[in-house]
Design a protein around this ligand. Structure first.
Ligand code: ADP
Length: 784
C-alpha cells in the first residue's frame, strides 16, 4: 500500500469518525449545549484563522465566518447556523469593524449593508442546510423503510418457499403456457425429479403425466379450463417410477392485482393410501353387510327408539312383513300386534339387561301361532353407552308343530300297537274258531260206522270252515298288499247292478242263515262305474256281511243304489246294533273293532272296513258311516264316479266249473307232503291218475320219465324252485304238450307274470279252490 493510499485511508477513517461524532443527527441527538459548544468552537476557530490570515484592519471581516456559519449550519442545522451567524456578526462588528474592539453605532452606518448581507446569507445558508438535512433525513428514513420492506419481503419469500417446500401436497407454479416456473420439494422428492430438470419445462411433459395419453389429454383440458378461470379438480393415477399413485389433483388460475390470469397453480395430494383404506373399508363393510344379510341367523339391530338399523336375511324373511328393507322403520310400526311383554323385554334390555327365552308363543292377530326362541341384548357404542338392542330369534314353529305331530303320531302308534296286539289275540282266536269244527269233523271221519248223513255233515263243516279260513287269509293278504301299495286294479266299465248282484250272491247264504229281511233297490236305468269288478264286489259284500253280522237275527237290511249327479251312491242300511258316536271316527281304521271281546260270536279281524275304505279310495270314491247310536242301526255308504257305458259292457262271470271229460295223467309236486297227498287223493277220487314228487329234482325226473299230461307244480320248493323246474321242463322237446299249472301262496299280478314267463299254462293260489282247479285242468289260463 502506498503512503498516499495510507493517508487516504487514514483521512477517510478520520472523516468517518468525525462525521460520526459531528454529524447532524449525532449533534441533534446530543442536544443544545453540545451544539452550542461545537458552534462556538467553530466560530472561534474561524476567528483564529481570520486573525492568522490578515491583520484586523485588512477588511475581509466575514471571510472565515461564512464557511464557519455554513459548517455550523451543516452540522447543527438552522439553530446552529443562526447562532454562528449572530456570533460571526458580533465578532466581525466588534473586532474587524472600526472602531476595532468596540461596538459602536458607527457600525450601522459603515457596515450596515455588509452585516445585513452576512446575516441574510447566514440565515439563508442555515435554512438551506436545515432543509437539506431534513430532506436527507427523510431520504434516509425512506431508504431504511425500503430496506426494511425488502428484507421483510425476502424473509417472507423464504418463509413461503419453505412453507410450500414442506407441504405434503405437490405444488408448482406455471406460466400461462404451462411452463413450470416453480415446483416444491415434496413434488420433486415424490416423483424423483431434479429441480433443474423440470424448471422451464412444460408441465404436461412431466413423465408422471405423459405415460398415458388419456391422462395427458385430461390434464390439457383442465389447463385450458383454468386459463378460462375455472378451477379443475379430479382424482387421477399418475406415474411414479414403475408404479402409479392416485392423487387428488387441482388446477387453479393465478391472477395478478388486476384480476388477470398470469399463471396456473397445479396442486396434488397423494390419496393412494386413503383410497386403499377406503377400498379396504368398503370391502370390510360389504363383507360385514353380507355376513349380516346372509348369516343363517334371524337377527336385527335396533337403536334406542326401536328403529331398525340392520336385519339379517332370515329376519327379513320371517318378520319382514313383506318389506324389502326394514332399515329406518320402527319395529312397533311394522309389528303393531307385538305382545306388550316383548316391549317390556326391549325396555329392560335398553336398560342393560340380557334376556332370553327358549320357547315363546306369539299369537298373531289372525290367530296364527308363531313359536320362537329368542335372545335380546343391548349393544354399546364407542363411548360405552347403550345405543340400542340386538334381537336374535329362531322360528321354532315348525319344530313345535313337528313335536306336536310326533306326539300325536306316537299316540297313534301306541294305539295302533295296542290294536295290533289285540288283533293278534283276535287272529289266534279267529283261526282257532274254524279249526275246532275241522278237527271235530276229522275225528268223526275216523269212525268206521259213518252213515251218509254224517259224512255229508263232516264235508260241509270242513268246507265251510276252510272257506272261512281262506277268507281270513285273503283279507289279511289284501291289507298287506294295500298298505304296501302292491294291489292292482283291473279296471273296466261295469254296470253297478252287476256288482251288486255278485256281492249279494256271496252274502246271501249268511243273510238267509240269519233270517234277515233283505231288500235291494236299484235305479230303473242301468248306471256304470269304472272299476275292478272283484274289488268292488268285495267292498259291497263286506258291507252286506257286516250288516248281516251286526244285526240280530230277523233284522232288516236295505241296499240302495241311486244316481246323484255324476256320482253313484250305494248305501247299506240295517236296523242292527248300531254304533256309538264316539266309535264312528275310527271305524275305518285297520284292526278297529267296537267290541273287542274275544267271545264275540260274529268273528272278524277288524280289517273289513279298512279294506272297504282303501279299495273305494283307490277307485277315486269315498266312504262314510252314520248311526244314531247303539241299538239304532247304522248306514254305510260309498260314493263312486259315474261313467258313460262302454259300447259293449263285459260282465265277467265266474266260469262254471266244467269237469274234465277225460281222465288225466297228473303229476303233483309239493314239498308239503300233506298238501301234495291230499290233493293227490282228491284227484284220484275224481278218477285221474296221479304221480307225486316232493322236490324240484325228483319232479323233473318223474316228469321226464312218466310224461304226465298235467303238472301241478308248487313254486316254493327247496333247492330248485317251481320256476326253475318249469323252465327245465319247457326246454325238453317231449314236454311241449304238458300243461304246467303253478301252485302258489302269492296271488300278485307280478307273480302270475313271472309264472307265465317261466312257461306255466295256469296259476292257482293256495289253498286251491276245487272249482278253480277243475277249470285249470280243462283250459289253460295263459296263452303261449
Ligand atoms: P270286523 O267285522 O272283522 O270286526 P270290520 O272292519 O268289518 O271288522 O268292522 C269293524 C267294526 O265295525 C266291527 O267290529 C263292528 O264293531 C263295527 N261294525 C261294522 N259294521 C257294522 C254294522 N253294520 N253295524 C254295527 N257295527 C258295525
Amino acid at each position: 500500500m502506498s503512503i498516499i493510499d495510507s493517508l487516504f485511508a487514514f483521512s477517510h477513517r478520520s472523516g468517518c469518525r468525525l462525521a460520526r461524532h459531528f454529524s447532524y443527527p449525532a449533534l441533534k441527538r446530543r442536544g443544545g449545549v453540545y451544539l452550542l459548544i461545537v458552534t462556538m468552537a467553530l466560530m472561534f476557530l474561524a476567528l483564529w484563522i481570520r486573525l492568522a490570515m490578515a491583520p484586523i484592519n485588512a477588511g475581509l471581516q466575514y471571510v472565515t465566518f461564512f464557511p464557519a456559519v455554513a459548517l455550523a449550519a451543516f452540522i447543527g442545522g438552522f439553530g446552529a447556523g443562526l447562532l454562528a451567524t449572530i456570533v460571526g456578526l458580533l465578532f466581525a462588528t466588534y473586532i474587524f469593524t472600526p472602531p476595532y474592539y468596540s461596538f459602536s453605532t458607527e457600525v450601522l452606518k459603515t457596515s450596515f449593508w455588509s452585516n445585513m448581507v452576512f446575516f441574510i446569507d447566514g440565515i439563508l445558508v442555515s435554512s438551506l442546510l436545515e432543509a437539506m438535512h431534513r430532506y436527507r433525513q427523510q431520504l434516509a428514513r425512506e431508504l431504511k423503510r425500503t430496506i426494511d420492506v425488502n428484507s421483510d419481503l425476502e424473509e417472507n419469500t423464504q418463509h413461503l418457499k419453505s412453507l410450500i417446500d414442506n407441504q405434503f401436497a405437490y405444488v408448482a407454479l406455471l406460466d400461462t403456457r404451462g411452463v413450470i416456473l416453480e415446483i416444491n420439494k415434496a413434488a420433486l422428492d415424490q416423483f424423483g425429479y431434479r429441480r433443474e430438470d423440470v424448471i422451464h419445462h412444460y408441465f404436461y411433459d412431466l413423465p408422471c403425466w405423459s405415460y398415458d395419453e388419456t391422462v395427458q389429454t385430461q390434464l390439457r383440458t383442465a389447463m385450458a379450463d383454468a386459463l378460462r378461470g375455472k378451477t379443475a379438480r379430479y382424482d387421477v393415477a399418475v406415474k411414479k417410477g414403475d408404479d402409479s399413485i392416485m392423487v387428488d389433483f387441482q388446477l387453479s388460475p393465478v391472477r395478478n392485482g388486476e384480476g388477470s390470469i398470469v399463471g396456473l397453480l397445479p396442486m396434488a395430494v397423494d390419496i393412494s393410501e386413503r383410497i386403499h383404506a377406503e377400498e379396504a373399508l368398503k370391502k370390510s363393510r360389504s363383507q360385514l353387510k353380507t355376513f349380516i344379510r346372509q348369516a343363517p341367523i334371524t337377527m336385527a339391530m335396533f337403536d334406542r327408539d326401536m328403529n331398525y338399523l340392520e336385519t339379517s336375511g332370515p329376519w327379513l324373511h320371517d318378520y319382514g312383513r313383506g318389506y324389502a328393507d326394514l332399515r329406518g322403520l320402527n319395529h312397533y310400526d311394522v309389528h303393531p300386534d307385538l305382545p306388550d311383554r316383548w316391549k317390556l323385554v326391549h325396555q329392560q334390555c335398553l336398560a342393560g339387561a340380557m334376556l332370553r327365552n327358549e320357547e315363546d308363543l306369539w299369537v298373531h292377530e289372525d290367530g296364527s301361532e308363531h313359536w320362537s326362541r329368542w335372545a335380546v341384548m343391548p349393544w354399546v357404542d364407542e363411548n360405552g353407552t347403550i345405543g340400542g338392542i340386538i334381537v336374535s330369534a329362531e322360528n321354532i314353529t315348525d319344530r313345535k308343530q313337528n313335536e306336536a305331530h310326533l306326539a300325536e303320531q306316537a299316540q297313534q302308534l301306541q294305539e295302533a300297537d295296542q290294536r295290533k296286539d289285540e288283533f293278534l289275540a283276535m287272529l289266534a282266536h279267529e283261526l282257532r274258531n274254524p279249526l275246532a269244527p275241522i278237527r271235530n269233523a276229522a275225528q268223526i271221519l275216523k269212525r268206521p260206522d259213518l252213515d251218509e248223513t254224517r259224512l255229508a255233515w263232516c264235508r260241509n263243516v270242513i268246507d265251510r270252515q276252510v272257506d272261512h279260513l281262506v277268507q281270513l287269509v285273503d283279507d289279511l293278504l289284501d291289507v298287506s298288499r294295500i298298505s304296501r301299495g302292491k294291489i292292482e286294479l283291473k279296471k273296466e266299465i261295469l254296470e253297478v247292478s252287476a256288482i251288486v248282484q255278485r256281492a249279494v250272491e256271496t252274502t246271501q247264504p249268511l243273510i238267509e242263515a240269519r233270517h234277515h229281511a233283505f231288500m235291494v233297490q236299484l235305479p230303473s236305468e242301468p248306471i256304470y262305474v269304472e272299476g275292478d269288478l272283484v274289488r268292488l264286489c268285495q267292498v259291497v259284500s263286506n258291507l252286506l256281511n257286516n250288516a248281516a253280522k251286526y244285526t240280530d237275527e230277523g233284522g232288516c237290511i236295505d241296499l240302495t243304489v241311486e244316481q246323484a249327479g255324476n256320482d253313484i251312491l250305494l248305501r247299506v242300511r240295517d236296523n242292527g246294533r248300531g254304533i256309538a258316536p264316539s266309535a264312528l271316527p275310527g271305524l275305518f281304521e285297520l284292526f278297529y273293532q267296537v267290541d273287542r271281546t274275544l267271545d264275540r260270536s260274529e268273528g272278524g279281524l277288524g280289517i273289513g272296513l279298512s279294506l272297504v275304505k282303501s279299495l273305494v279310495t283307490m277307485h277315486g270314491g269315498e266312504v262314510w258311516v252314520s248311526s244314531e247310536g247303539r241299538g239304532q242301526g247304522s248306514e254305510f255308504g260309498i260314493r263312486l264316479h259315474r261313467v258313460q257305458p262302454a259300447p259293449a259292457v263285459p260282465i265277467a262271470h265266474a266260469a262254471k266249473p266244467k269237469w274234465a271229460a277225460d281222465l288225466l295223467h297228473i303229476l303233483v309236486v309239493d314239498d308239503n307232503r300233506d298238501a301234495a297227498q291230499s290233493l293227490s287223493l282228491l284227484l284220484t277220487s275224481e278218477g285221474h291218475e296221479v304221480l307225486l314228487a316232493y322236490d324240484g329234482y325228483s319232479a323233473l325226473e318223474v316228469a321226464l320219465a312218466e310224461r304226465p299230461q298235467i303238472v301241478l307244480l308248487d313254486i316254493g320248493l327247496p333247492g330248485m324252485d317251481g320256476y326253475a323246474v318249469a323252465r327245465a321242463l319247457r326246454q325238453h322237446p317231449d314236454m311241449n304238450r304238458t300243461q304246467l299249472i303253478a301252485l302258489s301262496g302269492y296271488g300278485r299280478e307280478v307273480d302270475r307274470e313271472q309264472a307265465r314267463a317261466a312257461g306255466f299254462n295256469g296259476y292257482l293260489t293256495k289253498p286251491v279252490d276245487f272249482d278253480e282247479l277243475h277249470c285249470a285242468l280243462t283250459q289253460p289260463s295263459f296263452d303261449h
